[in-house]
Design a protein around this ligand. Structure first.
Ligand code: MTE
Length: 326
């Protein structure tokens, strides 16, 4: 979230995604072989999650997906927050090839019966993928509608037999300043960390994501494995995960460590609770129409409580003061 680092003028100009970026994206896709489908793309250098990740194969459709207009793939994969690959929205795509994702492993630690280091294949093999079209709402007041592919995080967590002391789950991104050059700068404390309460982590909407738009995740979107928690601000959706720990105490999260008054642990999308420096009541949907200069003038829509997932998740917070626990 560059808002901590830049003035308003800079944010506004960085939100313009010029036409030539979109055109270059096409050339980039062709050059990297990404447009050829997961199997071929899986063998080329700089492409997302190679041999370690099985091709997406058959992905079933989730019947509850939103039917809102989807954000075009080009926009969703060239306008990103991934500070380890740069702080401008276009940087993650530009620097994506630096992130080598094969081999990849995930360490499972803490309060569980089956801790250990698992290869990515071990993690993914027992799970079949489902396409779920979810909204992603970022704290900077833009949102996208994206077809994600993956499986419920809870199905994965159960396999490691969390104990009764596992009250929270903490996630960590790869720490490697060579592969993630943004880590050479102290923009945040590295590695990027995030956390969920156990019931949030086990909620059926919380997704372990391996693909989007019918292909494996591109690196800038968090290959080979990222989280998507659709009722929370986007920064909870941690990318390129290498460690998952079951813990008893509420874990640190990167943005809370960086600016505790601005970013709380829960970070539920909530139009009634303003960020200390701006309102969260409205959002601007990135839908392909609003690009270039027109994005600045696109009509804003009302932000929905819990990003539109209130029926499913409001019950998790019935005992919580959401103003105090933002
Ligand atoms: N994960 C890591 N490791 N590093 C990051 O900088 N940015 C977060 C989140 N996950 C971030 C991250 C933020 S602020 C947002 S809004 C979402 O990723 C953006 O996801 P997207 O690029 O797929 O839209």
């Amino acid at each position: 979230m560059p808002i901590l680092l830049k003035n308003v003028q800079t944010i506004r100009s960085s939100e313009i995604t010029p036409e030539d970026v979109f055109l270059r994206r096409r050339e980039f896709l062709a050059a990297a072989g990404l447009a050829l489908g997961a199997t071929t793309a899986g063998m080329l250098p700089g492409s997302p999650a190679r041999a370690a990740v099985p091709p997406l194969g058959a992905v079933s459709k989730w019947p509850e997906s939103t039917i809102e207009t989807q954000t075009p793939e080009e926009q969703a994969t060239s306008y990103n927050n991934f500070y380890e690959l740069g702080t401008d929205k276009g940087d993650p795509k530009k620097n994506a090839a630096r992130l080598i994702t094969d081999p990849w492993s995930v360490e499972i630690a803490g309060e569980c019966g089956k801790p250990g280091k698992y290869t990515l294949e071990d993690i993914l093999k027992p799970h079949s993928n489902e396409e779920r079209v979810y909204r992603l709402r970022c704290v900077e007041a833009w949102s996208m509608v994206i077809p994600w592919a993956g499986f419920p995080l809870g199905d994965l967590l159960k396999r490691f037999e969390p104990t009764g002391n596992a009250k929270y789950v903490q996630f960590e991104t790869l720490l490697d300043p060579e592969r993630l050059p943004g880590q050479q700068y102290p923009v945040l404390q590295w590695p990027y960390v995030e956390g969920l309460r156990m019931d949030e982590a086990m909620h059926p909407l919380t997704m372990m994501v391996v693909g989007m738009y019918g292909k494996l995740l591109p690196n800038q979107s968090g290959a080979p494995l990222r989280l998507v928690v659709p009722w929370k601000y986007g920064f909870k959706s941690i990318k390129s995960i290498v460690k998952i720990s079951f813990v008893e105490k509420q874990p640190d999260t990167s943005w809370n460590l960086s600016a505790p008054r601005e970013y709380g642990f829960y970070s539920n999308v909530n139009p009634n609770v303003s960020h200390p420096r701006w309102s969260q009541a409205k959002e601007r949907r990135l839908d392909g129409e609003s690009k270039g200069l027109s994005a600045l003038f696109a009509e804003k829509r009302d932000t929905l409580m819990f990003n539109g997932y209130a029926d499913e998740v409001a019950g998790l917070y019935s005992d919580l003061d959401l103003k105090a626990n933002f």
